[in-house]
Structures are given as C-alpha cells and as structure tokens.
Design a protein around this ligand. Structure first.
Ligand code: ARG
Length: 479
C-alpha cells in the first residue's frame, strides 16, 4: 500500500478538520508542514486492522451496537478495496492516515463511523499501527536473513576446503578456508536474526486503550483487542504506551547492525574483486561499467550496500535524538518517527535480498587465493608451533622463524623453498617432516577444534547452522 495517489490539494470542504475550536485556518505551508499522510498512508492496512479490532471490542462491551459494528466492517471493506485499487483520495487537509480513513468511513456509512473513535485517541491508535506494521516487517526481515544465511551456507559448503589467506591488519596472516571465512558472516547474521526475534517481543504489545494519555472511562477490554490483533499482551502504563518509541529505536539499532555486517561483507567483495587482489569475480548483473572507461566492471551493488549503511546509522541517531528531549506523554515530535523507520525497513529488505542473490553468484578464483597464501609466509606460525612441539620455548621458536622468513624474503623464496639444511641452520630441531607443516592445507587442517578453520570443522559448523535454521523455520511455521 505504499504507492498511493498523491494527496489532493486542499479544497474548501475539507479546509480544517476541527474548525469549531479555531477562529482561523492554518496556512497552506503549516498544513503541508504538519501533514503526515504523504508517508503514513503506508500504515493504512494496520490502521484498518486496529480499528476493526477496537470496534469489535466496543460492540462486545456494549459501547456501540452490533449494527454499528457491521456498518464499520462494511465501510472498512470498501475503503480497503479503494486503497488497493488506488482510487482512495488522500487529502493533506486531513493530516494523516487516521483522519483520512475515518473521514472516508463517515462519508460511506454515516453516524456509525462517527462512533468508531469512542474511547480511543490518535495517540494510542498510531502507536498501535506502527507496532502492527513493524511486527510484520520484522517477520519478513527475519525470513530474508535466513535466506541469506542459507545462501552463504551453500557457498561455504562448496568451499569448505578452499584455501585463502586470512588477514589481520589486511596483511596475510594465516591460511583459512573460504568456507570458514563465509561462516563468520553466517555467525553475524545469526545474531542479527536473534536480535530481531528478541526485539519483536517488545514491539508486540498493545498500546490501544491508553487513549490520549490517561486511559478511558469506557468499560474497555484491552485483552480482547490484544488477542484479536495477535499481541502478546498490553502496554501496562497508558503514558508510556502512547509516548515511547523505544521499540522502534531498538529495531533500527538491530537494523544498523545488520547493515554494518552487510557493509563489511560488501567491502570484502569489493577488495576481492579488485584486479590487484583478484580472489573473486561477481556476476555481471550486479556490476556497472564506467561512462568513460570502456574496460571497467565496477562492483556498484556492494558499494551501494556499504553506502546505504550510512543512512540506516543516520536513522538510528535521528530516532534517538527525536526521543531524548520529550516530556511525557505524546508529543507531535513522534510523527517524525515514521520516515526513518520506513526507510530503514526498505533499505535492509532490499540489501538482504540482493546480497542473497549476489552471494550465490560469487565466482571464486581458487588459484589466486592459494597463491596469495604462498606469497605471504602464512605458515610461519605453523613452523613456530612445530618447534614448540619439539621442546623449543615459543619465544625462541618465534625468533628462529622470524630469521628464516627474513632469509627467504631476501632471496625471494617461500619458507618451503628453503632446503632442510638452511632450515636446520635456524633450529636443529627441524627434520624433513617439516614440509608437511608448511603447506597451507596442512596448516588449515591442523586447526581442528570447534571454531577452527579445518575443513572438517567448517563442515560441522555448516551442519549445525542448517539444523538451527530449519528448526527456527519450523517454529515460525507453528507460531
Ligand atoms: N500523525 C500523528 C503521528 O504520527 C498521529 C497522532 C496525532 N496525535 C495528536 N495528538 N496530534 O504521531
């Protein structure tokens, strides 16, 4: 419901909603400045859902008649159809999504429409709408996080034993497998998923019933509304219910971390694809050329994901700042919560979806990865460990290997190119079984404990992640 007709310019019949209280209308600029309908019409479906549950409860407790309820149901069905058909006329003179829908309801069904707002305020209404909307978006993002993890697991499985350099300080450090490297991102995304699932618990509470701020004198049944709308419970303090947006801030915080992880991965893809590294290639469908340099194939998509992380971080700061100076209870400031929240959801959704497709398309240049390991003295630690296992103290072993690296580097050779005699000049503990230790495959295979880079460990990490994902999916199917 996001792409609706632009709101009609104000006409005389809708010039001001509460003109009875005022002696003059607001100016055109103020009207535009205060209206939110251009963006909050996105909450229309949630708004109608919330109104229907509220009306059903009012009828149940006898505040409105069964006939009113049935008229409201009929009117809302028509409004829903009009919004879907994009024939609904949004009017900025009606300020926001709530007033637009209510006005249309009254136009369609008359007096029963005027009774809908009994025992309710836009303050608890909007808080309910955002929570309903965000809850669904969280469920969607959680599933997309799982799809991305599954995609990475498939690539990791294929490359469980593919040797690449592991880096610290962006300098070649020790051999790892590409599968192990990808599994690091699966771990990050698993925590992102858990954060969203946890945040959802605090989103999924019903504010409705708080009314403007103090509650209402009607004999409402909040639990009934909560059950009808699938909330886990009600917000237990009316002032808090209408005013705090911590649930949205928390969500954007979790989203900023998702983007941070995607951004780091993007950065790696960009580096790996650069000609001077050349570990991977990306499919053409994620790349663009240059308007001047015909040879260029640029990784625009990962660059944009990295770039869009900035706007989500910005939204987090915007929401925190929005909240920090507000006295209880509701203030109009809160209308500013929506655009950052909506844009965060859109940005994360697109980034996750694109990244899942992109990940499966990575073309790995295995020889280049392996050669980079060989050039980087990546098994120097293994040689030191070899000496330690033969009784040399680690510091002495470290020094002996450092000297060996220096000799090899001077003569433009790798450690395994040094003769046994040369190696023995650094330590008499070295024998001809050292060469097995100096191979990148031997080095990776030796790190055979949980969390280590040995292909065997990578495969079991993948198996564990697959079990976790399918269990999580099974649970959401039941819920
Ligand atoms: N459009 C408003 C918002 O997003 C709805 C609540 C308005 N409440 C009020 N008391 N003016 O916050």
């Amino acid at each position: 419901m996001s792409a609706q007709k632009p709101p009609a310019e104000t006409n005389a019949s809708t010039a001001k909603v509460w003109s009875g209280r005022f002696s003059e209308p607001v100016t055109e600029l103020v009207k535009r400045f205060t209206a939110s309908v251009t963006f909050d019409q996105r909450l229309a479906r949630a708004d109608i859902q919330g109104s229907l549950a509220h009306a059903a409860m009012l009828a149940k407790v006898g505040v409105i008649s069964p006939q009113d309820l049935s008229d409201i149901g009929r009117g809302m069905a028509q409004i829903t159809a009009e919004i879907s058909a994009e024939t609904f006329e949004w009017d900025i003179a009606r300020e926001d999504v709530h007033m637009n829908i209510e006005a249309r309801l009254i136009a369609i069904i008359g007096d029963a429409g005027k009774r809908l707002h009994t025992g309710r305020s836009r303050n608890d209404q909007v808080a309910t709408d955002i929570r309903l909307w965000l809850r669904d978006e969280i469920d969607d993002l959680v599933e997309r996080l799982r799809v991305l993890q599954s995609a990475l697991l498939d690539v990791a499985n294929h490359h469980a034993a593919t040797i690449m350099p592991g880096f610290t300080h962006l300098q070649v450090a020790q051999p790892v497998t590409f599968g192990h490297h990808l599994m690091a991102y699966v771990e990050m995304l698993a925590r992102d998923e858990a954060r969203l699932v946890d945040c959802r618990k605090r989103v999924n509470r019903l504010p409705l019933g708080a009314a403007a701020l103090a509650g209402t004198s009607y004999p409402i049944d909040r639990q009934h509304v909560a059950d009808a709308l699938g909330f886990d419970g009600v917000c237990e303090n009316s002032l808090d219910a209408v005013s705090d947006r911590d649930f949205a801030i928390e969500f954007v915080g979790a989203a900023a971390l998702i983007m941070t992880h995607l951004s780091r991965f993007s950065e790696e893809l960009i580096i790996w694809m650069s000609q001077s590294v050349a570990f991977i290639d990306l499919p053409d469908r994620f790349c663009y050329s240059s308007s001047i340099m015909p040879q260029k194939k640029n990784p625009d998509v990962p660059e944009l994901i990295r770039g869009k992380t900035g706007r989500v971080n910005g939204h987090l700061v915007a929401l925190l700042t929005l909240m920090k100076g507000q006295p209880l209870a509701y203030n109009k400031d809160n209308q500013e919560d929506k655009e950052p929240l909506f844009d965060t959801v859109d940005t994360v959704r697109d980034s996750l979806t694109i990244m899942a497709d992109l990940a499966t398309g990575i073309v790995v240049k295995e020889d280049n990865m392996r050669n980079a390991v060989l050039k980087g003295f990546a098994t120097a630690t293994d040689l030191a460990d070899y000496l330690v296992k033969r009784g040399v103290a680690f510091r002495d072993a470290h020094e002996a290997v450092a000297t060996a690296v220096r000799l090899a580097n001077q003569s433009n050779r790798r450690l395994e190119d040094l003769s046994l005699e040369e190696l023995r000049s650094f330590s008499s503990h070295i024998t001809d079984d050292v060469y097995a230790v100096l191979s990148p495959e031997g080095s990776a295979a030796a790190r055979n404990h949980i969390g280590g880079t040995a292909p065997e460990q990578v495969r079991s990490a993948i198996a564990r992640a697959r079990i976790r994902l399918s269990a999580a999916r099974g649970q959401s199917a039941i819920a």
